[in-house]
Design a protein around this ligand. Structure first.
Ligand code: GTP
Ligand code: MG
Length: 206
């Protein structure tokens, strides 16, 4: 006999951070460069095998636009897990993610498993850590050295990085708040399967 477990998940986070893109990557292994904002919410499912279990993920992907905020409780009320997404290139989106975490910890199922995902990490990766990112020319590198900003982390190799949220800062917050933490890219697929696998590992088998 194979045991089948349903895993009911919702997303939360500021508009345009990539909630729907993360879910689309997970359920269809696709990415859309100009994905339209979610209206209300969308329901998606995916089956996965994890060790001796078959998991049926049932995902409510919520809309981040403020006008839909009041609908959120309908989607997180019964959720076993939440994926709270922010955009690593937008500091205010981490603040929004923190306020979602607070709301979930107060209002959702007290055993809810919350995963924090710092998305769009493809936009902040340099040639050393990513494949196929455009390289700056040698001469531009020299110009960067001349204009390096004092106070930047010594040894940081992202002179033109769009990154606004340091990984360590988000990781420290996640640890303190008791969340799973991942940096992800719906565009490249980095970290996406890991979110959903780690969530499933934390959900007890009925
Ligand atoms: P709402 O439904 O309005 O709450 O937005 P959302 O959080 O679902 O964002 P959505 O998935 O619609 O993505 C917003 C935009 O960001 C789209 O144009 C996506 O293509 C883009 N995007 C999403 N994820 C990534 C990513 O990992 N990297 C890059 N470069 N772009 C991304
Ligand atoms: Mg969406």
């Amino acid at each position: 006999t194979t045991f089948s477990t349903s895993v009911l998940i919702c997303t939360a986070g500021e508009a345009a951070v990539g909630k729907s893109s993360v879910v689309l990557r997970f359920v269809s292994n696709e990415f859309q460069a100009n994905k339209e904002p979610t209206i209300g919410a969308a329901f998606l499912t995916q089956k996965c095998r994890l060790e001796d279990r078959v998991l049926r993920y049932e995902i409510w992907d919520t809309a981040g636009q403020e006008r839909f905020h009041s609908l959120a409780p309908m989607y997180y009320r019964n959720a076993q897990a939440a994926v709270v997404v922010y955009d690593v290139t937008k500091a205010t989106s981490l603040e929004k993610a923190k306020s979602w975490v607070k709301e979930l910890q107060r209002q959702a199922n007290p055993n809810i498993v919350i995963a924090l995902a710092g998305n769009k990490v493809d936009l902040v990766q340099t040639s050393a850590s990513s494949s196929g990112a455009p390289l700056s020319s040698e001469s531009e590198d020299e110009a960067d050295d001349a204009t390096a900003t004092p106070g930047e982390t010594p040894g940081a190799s992202e002179p033109e990085s769009l990154r606004q949220v340091p990984r360590e800062e988000a990781q420290a917050y996640a640890t303190e708040a008791g969340l799973l933490f991942f940096e992800t890219s719906a565009k490249t697929g980095e970290g996406i399967v890991e979110i959903f696998t780690e969530i499933a590992k934390k959900i007890p088998i009925e």
